[in-house]
Ligand binder design. Structure first.
Ligand code: GLC
Length: 567
């Protein structure tokens, strides 16, 4: 999805050697660190994770059957993308009842069982709260559209047209005008996404109260937090001013717009503070789908008094080029903001990380490099299911095969998001062990080599690399709590840094180039003894017994992580 493009064309452009035994999944939160700062989150697309009943669509009982896998992997919390009743126009992001489970995925009783089982496994449940809009089949909207005097009329954004035209020039992120004519009452309603996803009117206090109430309803059911969908677009300019038009057209043939009047309005922050007040009553966490242009904007989402989102996602990370200086600069800026970073390399809306960062020749090594980086940085990582086995995008080849409506509308420039939402690859059996029926979305041919069962047996697999890293970050106090200290900041190829806490230090060295590299480190200024290294994890067999970090000869794309002692 070209979210970035639409929201800001302005800025265009910007061997597992040893794996410590995992004893506890989440260290008990200490004074300085609330639970979510020491946790590893895992986003899963319920439609595609595991099908328990053979209908070809994943479900809650399927997720429950895989909690052992997730625990062994090192996951502390799962974010389940929307599983509420929905006409499924946007595969669940069009909710018609916020306080139930879609029969496709199971029942509320299945949810309660999953939550309890999660608790027994030390895995918390995060749901996906679609706050910007409902389905056009939600009773609120059905009521709202029924008459201009309906008591829910003002729950959505209704306006007269300008002559025969919509109220203004705003376009939908998913193509075409953002206004839908409704002949029942001869007015237009506003939808930032599909016409079947009318925007809620957050300027109406009844809407705000209903949404806060919904979040509380789930907290009382044991949910540990929400990922808040599309928070950037909660509010619109009440005067509906036209957005400035920018040069060029998007994948749908619409003019590019600067979303000056319907994106990231300051009012969003008041709504987030309100949601946070409710969350705080339950020790819950709020994760934001925050598509920001820069670190300053990202920082705003934490709130000036740290009273908004605890975890606004750094989605800028997903747009960086695989290059040591590029990542170094970004990490430095994020770290300098003083906030607790939330790193993400993939999700259900963007091309999978294996393809996006990969160079076409060394994608498996690059996948290990990316994992080594974002799982050892200061901050909380959010993984995307399948990333840990090197799952690859599988885009539809023909328009008639596309399931995601934006792919049909924008074909061939926009192929939709089916490619990154394919069934989880559990084994080399038919349909990758995801279902005994016919899977709703096609399984990529690569499943015969990239799958959980086979990778578990291979000590050099991407999966075992992830397991080693996750075990390490749960047990190594420097990686959990240490400061981030950049090393060799002018090196164009190798990204190196220390994580240093009162209790110890770890050095992370990642050769982000296809060539061997020789590097030297001077750690004496950091109070560390360069000859005290003890390898924690490396992709390079020759570094397994390495003791000194004064000089390292790295193989292409090598990763070396070691403990270093004070002088
Ligand atoms: C968010 C979701 C995306 C969905 C959209 C509309 O961007 O991540 O999948 O289509 O919101 O709800």
């Amino acid at each position: 999805m070209q979210r970035k493009l639409a929201s800001a064309v302005l800025v265009i452009i910007a061997l597992v050697v040893s794996a410590p035994v995992l004893t506890t999944q989440t260290k008990a939160a200490d004074d300085q660190h609330p639970w979510y700062q020491h946790a590893v989150f895992y986003e899963l697309y319920p439609r595609s994770f595991m099908d328990s009943n053979g209908d070809g669509i994943g479900d809650l009982n399927g997720i429950a059957s895989k909690l052992d896998y997730l625990k062994a992997l090192g996951v502390d919390a799962i974010w389940i993308t929307p599983c509420f009743p929905s006409p499924q126009v946007d595969f669940g992001y069009d909710v018609s009842d916020y306080e139930n489970i879609d029969p496709l995925y199971g029942t509320l009783a299945d949810f309660d069982r999953l939550r309890k089982l999660g608790e027994a496994h030390g895995i918390k449940i995060i749901l996906d709260f679609v706050v910007n809009h409902t389905s056009d089949q939600h009773p609120w909207f059905i009521n709202s559209r029924s008459s201009r005097t309906s008591d829910k009329r003002n729950w959505y954004i209704w306006r007269d047209g300008k002559g025969k035209n919509p109220p203004n020039n705003w376009t939908s992120l998913f193509g075409g005008p953002a206004w839908q004519w409704d002949s029942a009452t001869n007015q237009y309603y506003y939808h930032f996404f599909y016409a079947q996803q009318p925007d809620l009117n957050w300027r109406n206090s009844a809407v705000v109260a209903a949404m806060y109430g919904t979040s509380e309803w789930w907290y009382k059911r044991g949910v540990s937090g929400f990922r808040l969908d599309a928070v950037d677009t909660l509010y619109e300019d009440p005067n509906l001013k036209d957005d400035p038009v920018l040069p060029g057209k998007n994948a749908y043939g619409d003019p590019n717009l600067e979303l000056k009047y319907n994106d990231k309005l300051p009012e969003v922050h008041a709504a987030l503070k309100g949601l946070r007040t409710v969350a705080d009553k339950y020790g819950a966490v709020l994760i934001g789908e925050t598509w920001t242009e820069n670190v300053a904007e990202l920082k705003n989402y934490y709130g000036a008094g740290h009273n908004e989102l605890q975890m606004p996602m750094d989605l800028m990370f997903t747009e960086l080029k695989f290059s040591a200086p590029v990542f170094r600069n970004h990490i430095k800026a994020v770290d300098a903001s003083g906030e607790w970073p939330v790193y993400v390399i993939s999700n259900h809306d963007i091309v999978r990380s294996w393809n996006r960062y990969g160079d076409g020749h060394h994608n498996d090594q690059i996948a290990k490099d990316m994992a080594a980086m974002y799982l050892t940085l200061r901050g909380t990582p959010i993984m995307y299911y399948g990333e840990e086995i090197g799952m690859q995008n599988n885009d539809p080849k023909r328009r008639e095969d596309v399931k995601d409506p934006i792919g049909r509308r924008g074909w061939p420039k926009e192929k939709g998001r089916d490619g990154e939402r394919t069934p989880m690859q559990w084994n080399g059996n038919s349909h990758a062990g995801f279902t005994t029926g016919t899977p709703w979305n096609s399984v990529p041919a690569t499943y015969s080599t990239y799958n959980v069962a086979d990778e578990l047996k291979d000590p050099n697999s991407i999966l075992n690399w992830y397991k080693g890293l996750l075990a390490l970050r749960h047990t190594n106090s420097a990686l959990l709590d240490g400061d981030y200290i950049a090393l060799n900041e002018n090196d164009p190829n190798v990204l190196s840094y220390l994580r240093k806490s009162r209790n110890g230090a770890a050095i992370v060295v990642i050769n982000m180039s296809a060539a061997p590299q020789k590097i030297t480190f001077d750690l004496s200024a950091r109070g560390l003894s360069p000859d005290s290294a003890k390898t924690l994890l490396t992709t390079q067999a020759s570094l397994k017994e390495n003791r000194s970090v004064q000089q390292l000869a790295l193989e292409p794309f090598a990763v070396y992580i070691a403990e270093v002692k004070s002088k």
